[in-house]
Every structure is written in C-alpha cells, then in structure tokens.
Design a protein around this ligand. Structure first.
Ligand code: SAH
Ligand code: SF4
Ligand code: F3S
Length: 446
C-alpha cells in the first residue's frame, strides 16, 4: 500500500465503540493510514455503528447512504461499516448499500489491515461477521502517541449474557468473553507508565467479569479492580457499566477500600416498577435495588449515582411510570440518561403487546427529564462551598477563557487560571456556582 493515505472514522454509540475506533485507527496506522478530521480528504472512511435504538441505526444508515456519492466520485475510496449494526446486518447491509466495501463485526476489527488490503484489490464487498469461531480479545498495547494523554478506556470484556428483553447487545456483541487478567494489567501498566493518570474499565456488564473463566483460576471483578488499583502511578480508576443484579457486596466494599476508585457509580435501573423490571428480565426488584443503593452509600457516603431509564416499555401503565417518577425522588440521582423504548428485533420485547403510544412515550419522557433536570441542579448545588480536586481536561469548550477539569465524581468544573495547564494535572478549587451541565469554581491551589 502506498504511503500517506488518510483515514476518517465516524463513531456512534458507547465507549466500547470509542475504544474499538482507537484500535482500528492504530491498526491502520501501522499500514500507513494517517487519521484525518476531514471526511472529504479521506482515502478510507470507517463508520463505526451503534444499534441500541432505532434512531442510532438510522443515523448509521443515513451517513453510509450519503457516502454513495463520494464513492461515485472516487471509486478508490474504501468504505467500511463496523460495530453493532454491521454485525447485525451483515450481507443485508451490502445489498442495501452496495457502495460499501467492508462490513466488519466487533470481533473482527483486529483483521482490519488484511481486510483493507483485500478490499483495495477486489471489487466485491467483503463481510466479516462470523460469530461462531472461538475468540479471545488479543493483547494489543495502545499507542501513546495518539489519543488523550491523561485518560484512557481499557476494554475488559466483550458481549453480554443477560438478554434483557429490550436489548440488542447480546445479538450484536455475542456472549460474554472476559479478557485475560494479565492482559488487562499489562495494558493498564503500559498506559500508566506512559503518563496516563485515569483509566476506565469497560464492559457491558463488568460485574460479571471472570464468570466465563474456569472457577479455580477465576479473577472476579472486585479482585480485578483491586489489582488495577494497585498499579503505581494510577490516580483515578472508573468502570462502566454494571447490571445491578450482579452488584456484589465485595464490589461495593471496594469504594471504601480503594483510594483511586472514583466515587461515581453508573447503576442503570431502567424502571421504578417491579412488573416492568420483570418483563424486562432485569432480575432484580426495586426493593433490592434500593437496598444496594443504601449499602453503597454506607460504604461511600459521598458516592454520586447516575442511571439509565427507559420509558414506554410495552405494558408500562401510568402507575408504573409514576413508580419511576417516585424512584428518582427517592434516589435523587445526580444524573440520568433516559430514553423512549425502541423496538429492536430480534430482542424478545418486540413480540410483547400493550404497546405504549408514541404520544404517551413522549409525554412521559418529557416529564421525567424535566424533573430529573431539577434534581440534578439541586444535587449540583450541594457542591457549592466544597473544596474539590480536579483533573485538568483542557480549555473549557463552553466557558470562554476558562479551564475545565473533572472532579472524581465525574462533574465538569470550570475555573479561571492565568497559567498554562496540562491535561491530567491536578488542581484544587472551591465550587462557587452550579449549572445543569457543569459547575463553576475558584482556583485555590495549582
Ligand atoms: N449494559 C448496560 C446497558 C447498555 S445500553 C446495562 O445493562 O446497564 C445503554 C442504555 O440504553 C441502557 O441502559 C438502556 O437504558 C438503553 N436501551 C437499551 N436498549 C434500549 C431500547 N431497546 N430502547 C430504549 N433504550 C434502550
Ligand atoms: Fe443489554 Fe441487559 Fe446486557 Fe445491558 S445487561 S447490555 S441492557 S442485555
Ligand atoms: Fe451501541 Fe453496540 Fe455499544 S449497540 S451501545 S455500540 S454495544
């Protein structure tokens, strides 16, 4: 392949896709593709897709559709669709979008250079989505030259075994596969030795890490956390996401034990009504969820909780929705992502009856988001007057002339400073003002 080809990657979806895009960029760099932010200048375009809701899938298809014209203008342009829509659609995607050269599932990204080489030679589209062969996430040390200097994601597992009835993920990412503990430790050590200060461990349900390994040699998620936390030089450790059903006492205890573990827990509840949780196959009740919340706060009183909520799941009654509204009053989450239920074949709930009308879904979502916004602001105001340590992110994008840092509770905090700061640097501030998306502060110590 000739030198200096340009690669543009558009990433949709979750942090797992963000991390996969980094991996793909790094792999293709090794065969002379430089990253570009300008799609029009690119010799190759990757659309890393997400399938979680109908809208996400439409976004991917509309971008891929728009690339038809570009391929006509430049037949040598390589177009690849990766991620969850690619895995799910396979050949169908090629017949809908014949200008796409490659359709690649998440487990096949490591073969990208070879697949690109094939695509450059052959006219016919290539599909690599085979899910049957055994797969182990390889040890692939992240590049320190590209990517953020101070914080990184490390994938610890692929897939999900839970089959929540609304969810497409088990169909796109397959069954749970935990990475080798040694590989994870090696990757984190490599990053930390290269100056990275903060690591977020990624998986669709990190709490079940290790469950697919033999019992005798198994490392569970709490043990993994302890081992990662012990890596010298690591300042902040986070993880996402957790299904509350698998949240163990041992894991909760880590919040009291491990200094580097940030006091923020994203604990998706999905609904406040037991009848809905049951039909969602979440395998916990609201009572047991609330018990865990209380326990977590016992171990770590300052812990910040955020969540995900779906409104309008089939059969969700007005009373069920009222229970969800009641739950957010009880827990008083610092933040919540909320979504209208979206039917995702072949997920099981597609066959459920008692469909909630679009109108009811929109009304419920607006009510929920409006109240949660107030609670978030109330929660943010509780920080006013507190002395907080921030990890510098860079210059604020929203507040002109200010710097932005992140608290260990995962809040964006802006502040004035005349000096030039570097990402990853720790500063101390006093919180002075609270907004919905961020906090404002005064610098007290560099
Ligand atoms: N593994 C995570 C969820 C990842 S998907 C967990 O179990 O918590 C992120 C969020 O998208 C979910 O928490 C859920 O709130 C939402 N979501 C997933 N499928 C959805 C669907 N079919 N319709 C609407 N929202 C959905
Ligand atoms: Fe989807 Fe449930 Fe797995 Fe989360 S735990 S990825 S919501 S099936
Ligand atoms: Fe989307 Fe796949 Fe992530 S469906 S949320 S990109 S696992």
């Amino acid at each position: 392949m000739s030198l200096n080809k340009l690669l543009y990657i558009e990433t949709f979806g979750c942090q797992m896709n963000d991390r996969d895009s980094e991996i793909m960029g790094q792999l293709l760099k090794q065969v002379s593709f430089e990253a570009t932010d300008d799609m029009n200048a690119a010799d190759a375009i990757i659309v890393n897709t997400c399938s979680i809701r109908g809208k996400a899938e439409q976004k991917a298809y509309s971008l891929l559709g728009a690339l038809r014209k570009k391929k006509k203008e430049n037949p040598n342009l390589i177009i690849a669709a990766t991620g969850c829509v690619a895995q799910q659609e396979g050949k169908t995607m090629l017949s809908r979008m014949p200008h796409v050269d490659l359709v690649i599932g998440p487990k096949h990204i490591y073969q990208l250079p070879a697949l690109f080489e094939r695509a450059a030679k052959q006219k016919k589209g290539i599909v690599a989505i085979d899910d049957a062969s055994p797969f182990r996430i390889p040890l692939f040390l992240p590049s320190l030259e590209t990517g953020l200097p101070h914080k990184r994601f490390v994938t610890i597992m692929q897939g999900c075994n839970n089959f929540c009835t609304y969810c497409i993920v088990p169909f796109t990412r397959g069954r749970e596969i935990s990475r080798e503990t040694g590989d994870i430790l090696c990757e984190v050590s490599h990053l930390v030795a290269g100056g990275v200060k903060e690591i977020t461990l990624l998986g669709q349900n990190v709490n079940s890490y290790g469950n697919d390994q033999p019992k005798e040699t198994r490392t569970n998620f709490a043990s993994l956390l302890r081992r990662v936390a012990a890596i010298k030089g690591l300042e902040r450790l986070r993880f996402t996401t957790s299904n509350p059903k698998d949240l163990s006492d041992e894991l909760m205890c880590c919040f009291a034990e491990l200094d580097v573990l940030c006091p923020h827990f994203h604990l998706p509840v999905q609904s406040g009504a037991n009848a809905v949780l049951k039909r969602m196959n979440r395998k916990y009740s609201i009572e047991s969820y609330l018990e865990k919340v209380e326990k977590l706060r016992g171990y770590c009183p300052e812990i910040v909780l955020t969540t995900d909520i779906i409104v309008g799941f089939p059969g969700e009654s007005e009373d069920d929705f009222a229970a969800t509204m009641g739950l957010i009053e009880k827990v008083r989450y610092h933040g919540a992502f909320s979504f209208k239920y979206s039917s995702r074949p072949p997920a099981k709930s597609c066959d459920f009856d008692e469909i909630v009308s679009e109108e009811d879904k929109s009304r419920r979502l607006a009510l929920l988001q409006c109240r949660q916004k107030e609670i978030t602001l109330e929660r943010h105001k509780e920080f006013i007057g507190q002395d907080v340590e921030l990890m510098v992110e860079g210059q604020s994008k929203a507040a002109h002339g200010q710097w932005a840092g992140r608290s260990d509770t995962n809040h964006i905090v802006n502040f004035h400073c005349q000096e030039t700061l570097v990402p990853g640097q720790i500063v101390r501030v006093i919180i002075t003002e609270a907004c919905f998306n961020s906090l404002r502060s005064t610098l007290v110590k560099l």
